[in-house]
Design a protein around this ligand. Structure first.
Ligand code: DGT
Ligand code: CA
Ligand code: ZN
Length: 573
């Protein structure tokens, strides 16, 4: 699929236009188009012209550029821009915290041409004194560079999984292929991924290897052997494919799923039972006889354990729990009955409420909460108090037409820098489902940030704190809140904490979700969709919850409509 490539091209256009100081609306149009193409679930090459222009943000002009790319592999407008802007500048702009203005300034005044030069100058303290650059700015730039470098080694799950699934789909069509499964950190749904591990069985391993290294999108072949090959994709992601014997598939899957720490513990348990485990199977130490390995369950059964779901395999207590028969019954996508954080065209979403409802019904949901931004978020077209109430009237009218499905009227109210909410209580109290979140002032002290969250939680109409830590994977660290105090107040005020499923957020992170569960704080898993197709992000949120040992009872949106409605009318303390 060329979706990701085209999304990248548009987002590069946006960057270059921004460096040139062009019209912000044009820049925003390219960014939005990039985002929308990225989350498209269909192959862009198979869309008709009408279907292309039906994608929000894609008009005739952009549709033309997409066609141009699909037929010739490039876009003239992009090539021209690349000529005009020095190549290192976009790289500098990719440093978190360095915008186009700063990038241009650095280039014009100090002739900075790439990230390494920027790092050296910042370390020597030579950026300070340029207009708008203080010591603090310089420190932020260094932190951004560090994050950028870390990000090159590991990429966010949300970027890697679609690439892996595309490859899996193509490998599935190679003749002679038998079993085919993702392994490694991707199968454990870790939030960042170093490389993609794939396992297969086949009647003709050589043919599978040939097909693999010739897949479209392969940029480089690192290794091609009879049963193992490694390639690098255009996105810069390494993919390892191994073909194993049928009788070893289970053992190999267990071995290559990891984590390494988990496997070490399992092998220790095997040794105590006189067994040896490797990627080929489970063997009796005494006579070397193979006693299992075709199925992954064999490995666990032979060491006396029930099957341990991949998301738990981090050696953080899952082995003890398995021994004692108290593994959690993890929440799964089928348990989810509704999405409670969704944006419509009323603010910065791309679809109408009706379009969101029909997409939610297709997912098998019984309800959604429409939670557009409040006015403080000017850039997101946030709603004034009057608009919030107008929207509620539209929702009421829609609800009268629906059977067996309910739209809850909500809002994502901005928590201002001083901790007050961006909408008055008289408005909030009219709504079914108020979520509150921070979108500005991330650099406040831990004390201040915690105080803002605490005062939001103490508002009687706020039910949920959305994306509580504010992190953006690979771009922005979690803000420095006092997590302990935050959770104490969440518990005390019966505030629900969100596991935001947006792939770049996954916030609460898994370990915080686990801590919330331990404290008995209710959770909600929501997508923060800005497009109806993004309702499918739910699986990322569910996976994060599973990595946090979360069970269906811990999550409010596993309740059916009737139970959920009842939950909504109980007053908060
Ligand atoms: P990452 O860093 O996102 O790629 O994480 P993983 O877990 O996918 O790590 P990777 O790709 O290096 O290896 C895949 C799995 O193979 C790993 O989870 C466990 C297994 N494995 C790899 N090397 C070793 C090793 O030296 N010892 C053991 N016991 N297992 C290993
Ligand atoms: Ca891996
Ligand atoms: Zn949101």
């Amino acid at each position: 699929m060329k979706n990701q490539e085209i999304a990248r091209a548009f987002s590069e256009m946006a960057d270059l236009l921004e460096l040139k100081g062009e019209n912000p609306f044009r820049i925003r149009a390219y960014r939005k188009a990039a985002q929308n193409i990225e989350s498209l679930s269909r192959d862009i090459e198979r869309l008709s012209d009408d279907e292309l222009t039906a994608i929000p943000g894609i008009g005739r002009d952009l549709a033309g550029k997409i066609r141009e790319y699909l037929s010739g592999g490039s876009m003239e407008a992009l090539e021209r821009l690349r000529q005009e802007v020095p190549p290192g500048l976009t790289e500098i702009m990719s440093v978190p915290g360095v915008g186009p203005k700063t990038a241009r300034l650095l280039f014009e005044r100090l002739n900075v041409k790439d990230v390494d030069e920027l790092e050296a100058l910042a370390r020597e303290g030579r950026l300070q004194g340029l207009p708008g650059i203080r010591k603090k700015t310089e420190e932020n730039i260094l932190r951004g560079i560090e994050m950028l470098k870390r990000g090159r080694e590991r990429q966010p799950l949300g970027k890697v999984l679609p690439v892996a699934e595309d490859i899996m789909e193509k490998l599935g069509r190679v003749s002679g292929i038998g079993e085919l499964c993702l392994a490694g950190s991707l199968r454990r749904w870790k939030e960042t991924i170093k490389d993609i591990d794939i396992l297969a069985t086949s009647s003709d391993p050589g043919a599978v290897m040939n097909a693999f290294v010739r897949l479209p999108g392969v940029e480089e072949v690192l290794l091609k052997g009879p049963t193992k090959s490694s390639i690098v994709t255009g996105e810069g992601i390494q993919v390892d494919l191994r073909v194993v014997e049928e009788g070893s598939f289970g053992a190999a899957l267990q071995y290559f799923t990891g984590s390494k720490a988990h496997n070490i513990r399992i092998r220790e348990m095997a040794m105590k039972r006189g067994l040896k485990i490797n990627e080929y199977g489970v063997f009796r130490e005494a006579d070397g006889k193979k006693v299992g390995g075709e199925k992954e369950e064999d490995v666990y059964r032979l060491v006396g354990l029930p099957f341990i779901p991949p998301e738990l395999r981090e050696d953080t207590g899952e082995i003890e729990a398995a021994v004692e028969g108290r593994l959690p019954r993890l929440v799964s996508p089928g348990d989810i009955k509704g999405d409670l954080h969704v944006h419509s065209r009323w603010s910065d979403g791309s679809h109408t409420i009706e379009e969101l409802v029909s997409a939610a019904m297709e997912m098998g949901y019984q309800y959604i909460a429409v939670t557009d931004h409040s006015k403080g978020l000017g850039i997101a077209g946030g709603l004034t108090p009057e608009a919030v109430l107008d929207q509620k009237r539209e929702i009421d009218a829609l609800n009268r037409k629906l059977r067996g499905f309910r739209i809850f009227s909500g809002v994502e109210v901005d928590i201002r820098s001083d901790g007050t909410l961006d909408l008055p209580d008289e408005v909030l109290k009219e709504l079914d489902f108020v979520i509150a979140s921070i979108h500005s002032g991330f650099r406040q002290s831990a004390g201040q940030l915690t105080k803002r969250l605490v005062s939001a939680m103490k508002n009687p109409y706020v039910r949920v704190i959305a994306h509580p830590t504010g992190r953006i994977i690979g771009e922005r660290d979690a803000y420095e809140i006092d997590v302990k105090e935050f959770m104490r107040v969440a518990k005390e005020t019966a505030t629900v904490l969100e596991i935001n499923a947006y792939p770049m957020r996954l916030d609460l992170p898994d370990r915080h979700a686990r801590e919330a569960k331990r404290l008995g704080i209710p959770l909600v898993i929501s997508t923060d969709a800005h497009l109806s197709a993004q309702l499918h992000y739910m699986r990322y949120g569910v996976a994060t919850a599973r990595r946090g040992w979360i069970e269906p009872e811990d999550v409010i949106n596993t309740r059916n409509l009737k139970e959920f409605g009842r939950l909504m009318i109980t007053r908060r303390t």
